[in-house]
Design a binder for this molecule. Sequence first.
Ligand SMILES: Cc1cc2nc3c(=O)[nH]c(=O)nc-3n(C[C@H](O)[C@H](O)[C@H](O)COP(=O)(O)OP(=O)(O)OC[C@H]3O[C@@H](n4cnc5c(N)ncnc54)[C@H](O)[C@@H]3O)c2cc1C
Length: 369
Amino acid sequence: MIDIEILIIGGGPGGASTAWKLRELGHEVLILDKDDFPRTKLCAGWVTPGVFKSLEMTPDEYPEGLVTFDQIHGEYFSPGKAKPLAFATTQYSIRRFEFDAWLLQRSGAPVQKHTVKEIRREGHSFIVDDTYRSKILIGAGGTHCPVARLLFPVTNARTAPYQVGALEQEFPYQWKDERCMLWFGENGLPGYSWYVPKAGGYLNVGIGGFSEHMRNCRITLRQHWDHLTQKLQESGMVENHDWKPKGHTYFVRQRAKVTEDRNAYIVGDAAGLATCDLAEGIGPAIESGILTAHAIHEGRSVDLSGITRYSALERGWKASLFASTLDRNGTFFRDRIYARKYQKKEDAFLAAATASQKLNKEKAGASIG
Ligand SMILES: Cc1cc2nc3c(=O)[nH]c(=O)nc-3n(C[C@H](O)[C@H](O)[C@H](O)COP(=O)(O)OP(=O)(O)OC[C@H]3O[C@@H](n4cnc5c(N)ncnc54)[C@H](O)[C@@H]3O)c2cc1C
């Protein structure tokens, strides 16, 4: 049996930042992860300035590839028209393959490759797979975290209405268009799609939608993906690429969050903390890890209420007022921005698809004749 003061399951941003802060505060930790690092993590890898602030560093100090965007471009689709968008802002793109391995190494914590299956309480300790024993257990295993599943099945229910489904592909590509692009609600997608250039000649393309509305949609996520990739090809933004997307789901933040139970804690996606507007989860994973580490060290309850619920709203009284009035349940963006009139937008897309199919058939018929 391996005895350790604090065992952390998962070495992603949530686990690595919890370990980093706990070690700094003088605690002994061990991280278990099912994968060897560096490992692939499906993610657009878009990070806000707040991420570097939480990590107590400047973006210039990040040693791996980083692209800085001073503007985000895109379009918001209403029925029958698309409104171009351009926000002046400072945002960054990283590759999760590099970022997570660097964050883990920076934590200085020992890491063992191990897939956690079983967890039980024995007295005041946790026994993991009959191999590891700890007084404190942190669940940082993402959406399928065994700590969340086994120890928080009811108190941290991450319910379907808050689920996001996403498809994406990151691949080596000498992009020519250096803009970061977002397309909101195109063809009735209750979510958005993205094109994010990365340093070192990589590109990330993806699409995500809220499951709550996706399940009523007539156009599937995969069909939206096909439309997106066709658009990128036709516009010349991505040429001659063999598209092979992969999918993943995770959860945006609900109002009430229980993240601790008798020395067991959950952070990051295990607790379902991504922002309610853009579904960004790297920042909340890091913040929740750091806040949890401080609470453990000081022997008090964890308070995650200060973690921002929005990527696009500055932290402060405006965001707090918005959260406590218009967006008490964290569904404002989901229902009133992304899913707004989605059926009408779908109608237009489906009508255009039928017309184009008919035209193709007629052309085929004419060429045979
Ligand atoms: C397609 C897509 C695009 C996204 N884009 C963005 C974005 O641009 N910006 C942003 O901020 N967020 C984005 N997110 C969300 C973001 O990726 C997550 O919120 C973030 O990774 C959460 O970090 P985490 O540490 O909680 O979990 P993870 O990064 O998922 O790490 C969990 C770790 O636990 C390990 N693990 C799991 N189960 C076990 C087990 N049984 N035993 C041992 N180890 C285990 C895994 O191997 C993994 O390393 C995106 C998500 C998706 C799916």
